[in-house]
Ligand binder design. Structure first.
Ligand code: GLN
Length: 303
């Protein structure tokens, strides 16, 4: 498979289709991004990366951070404690919804909706500042030591975080927060405000395509745990569009409101695509189109 030509073909087709969606504006700093940006990168198991368009342009990773914080928690000896505090079922509700939490006694449906991701951040905070732990890991895996938090995005989100604050306090009322809510929220907002390119994200997630093995050959996750993270990505990674996404693309994936989508082809490669225009569920419109084309043209879905 000539991946360079394949990516050119996908970029050409995406360009020709003018459906772009709407840039997230509930975090004001994200609203300033040009909706016409498009980049895509594929990383092979040996670390070779192919890209097209804006594949080297850093953007806000937002909820794509949740894959990595989940993996970092599960990599700990007590990692499985997490599953006492968060479920593994698709929510069928928007990523920032409050409604299920009360019916389900403060236990979020899964680690990728915001409530669940706040619990994951709270678990990771047992071992240090969760956002710093994540940044250290991502700098190493991406091979880009200059990766950083975007302070403007972090401040902008912190000023507009009442929904996430409500989710966290609600869970605290059910005894499902270890640390004070302001600390957890601060770490969560900073983890979402890391800027990375498609190339950085594709390289950093290769451990999920290699059944748990990091880029330096060491093991981050056991084979079963890597499978489990991929399974939760497939069923919950694109929120209340996960069924439609599995139907269309057929890969474990995680989206973020910065417009990125990361997808894993276990045993073969990782793919990251970025285009800031979102659909109503908060997933990149052109990103989903590009991944749909990718699995259609290669036959590399998991099904
Ligand atoms: N930081 C964003 C939030 O908490 C992340 C949401 C997302 O990317 N889906 O609302």
């Amino acid at each position: 498979m000539d991946l360079a030509s394949l990516l050119d073909r996908i970029a050409f087709d995406v360009e020709a289709d003018d459906a772009r969606g709407k840039v997230a504006d509930y975090i004001p700093a994200l609203a300033r991004v040009d909706p016409d940006r498009f980049g895509m990168a594929v990383a092979e198991l040996d670390g070779t990366v192919y890209g097209v368009g804006d594949w080297r342009q850093p953007f806000s990773i937002q909820s794509m951070s949740k894959v990595f914080t989940l993996a970092l928690v599960l990599a700990q000896a007590e990692g499985a404690d997490l599953w006492d505090r968060v479920g593994r079922e698709p929510s069928g509700d928007p990523f920032n919804s409050l409604v299920q939490l009360e019916h389900e006694d403060g236990i979020p449906r899964n680690p990728f909706i915001n409530a669940g991701a706040l619990v994951v951040t709270d678990e990771l905070a047992r071992y240090g500042d969760a956002a710093e732990e994540l940044l250290t890991f991502l700098r190493k895996e991406s091979g880009t030591p200059t990766l950083a938090f975007d302070a403007e995005v972090a401040t902008s989100e912190a000023e507009h975080a009442d929904r996430n604050r409500a989710l966290a306090y609600f869970m605290a009322a059910y005894g499902n927060m270890r640390h004070p809510v302001p600390e957890v929220l601060d770490q969560y907002v900073r983890q979402c405000a890391i800027s990375m390119s498609c190339a950085d994200l594709a390289r950093s997630s290769l451990f999920l395509a290699r059944h748990g093995i990091r880029n330096d050959g060491s093991r981050l996750l056991g084979q079963s745990e890597a499978k489990r993270v991929n399974a939760v990505m497939l069923t919950c990674g694109t929120y209340d569009a996960a069924g439609q996404f599995a139907y269309r693309v057929g890969l474990p994936a995680k989206s973020g409101v910065g417009g990125g989508i990361l997808a894993i082809v276990p045993g073969r490669c990782t793919v990251c695509v970025w285009s800031p225009g979102l659909d109503k569920r908060g997933n990149s419109v052109a990103g989903a189109t590009a991944l749909d084309l990718f699995t259609t043209l290669t036959g590399w879905s998991i099904f």
